[in-house]
Design a protein around this ligand. Sequence first.
Ligand code: ADP
Ligand code: ASP
Ligand code: MG
Length: 412
Amino acid sequence: MALIVQKYGGTSVGTPERIKNVARRVASWQAKGHQVVVVVSAMSGETNRLIALAKEVQANPSPRELDVIASTGEQVTIGLLSMALMDIGVKARSYTGGQVRILTDNAYTKARIVSIDEANIRHDLDQGHVVVVAGFQGVDDAGSITTLGRGGSDTSAVAIAAALKADECQIYTDVDGVYTTDPRIVPEARRLETITFEEMLEMASLGSKVLQIRSVEFAGKYKVKLRVLSSLEELGQEGPGTLITFEEDIKMEQPIISGIAFNRDEAKLTVLGVPDRPGIAYQILGPVAEANIDVDMIIQNVGHDGTTDFSFTVPRGEFAKAMAILEQVKGHIGAREITGDNKITKVSVVGVGMRSHVGIASKMFRTLAEEGINIQMISTSEIKISVGIDEKYLELAVRVLHKAFELEQVPA
Ligand code: ADP
Ligand code: ASP
Ligand code: MG
């Protein structure tokens, strides 16, 4: 007998019929003798609807109240799934995050899980229940409802699996695993049998939303066995999905590049004609950091005539705020002009094999050059290379890179 945590995303519970399908799948795991905890998202579109509703009443919603509203989508699904399970003869009990007591910090809309009280869950499992928990939410120590950021149900599931020391955490979604890139953009994308935590972490942080980044961090930290699977396949005919593995467990030679990630949520700001002297990067980025704005890619051009240009990217939602900050410090730092472009995107190639192979960057740059795609910024780490490009070239770039690195082919 194993203890399994399953998570079903928005599409997987998007209609009453799909919820009934989920119930049948859960029942089949329980019938094999396993204990099952199910974490569910809101029905697809519901969280967007709730956030839009809140904004109709308060343009800039109070974060605490926004969480009160956004968390209700999941509360509906846990009730519906528990009823669907009961209807097919499975004992089930639902819990909101607060009822489990998933304790978080109080950073509303992007809270972090601090601890999980597993007593209720264990008690119910021992009584033969399937336990159905609302994803995406918790409570802070004052009892206020918090949410974990978009896509946060993945993190709820992995954190619960870690707390229960579950044998496996299964993320059921609308694709049958992790692909070499988003299959919606590249139809030839290939499902990966395995991907290492480190690669998955890069893919998630570089924009592949199949798993929320914090869920991957949790799985790595607590060594949770994590698998991505499809909820849309016929019962009994499921494929193996993708297993997230630890690099040290892999015996085979790894492909050099495992996948391509992309992120549309980038905006570029450029400070033109600043004095080329020590401390200038700090003077520009210090006030941006103080305003809690995440800076991603950065470049400083070679100086000429004692001045230089300095560019960096921020999330698009922070673009206006970052521009306003730069306009404020412009006089103080002696800059000639501030310009901005909120139509930039980032494309990244990811693979642990880069550690031992050279020439990946030049191949990436040549491939983009052959399509006339201008690279505006570059950033690298040991296992990834990212470039900033105009958003109108994004899909083309992903497709030509996928082809150039032969990702549609199973590595020999
Ligand atoms: P859920 O609602 O189940 O949480 P998401 O929409 O959050 O599902 O994530 C699944 C989606 O992630 C897929 O439909 C796919 O379009 C997208 N995706 C992006 N990159 C990848 C990738 N590398 N592999 C698989 N899916 C990806
Ligand atoms: N329902 C939440 C969202 O849409 C959480 C999730 O689906 O993981 O972001
Ligand atoms: Mg998701």
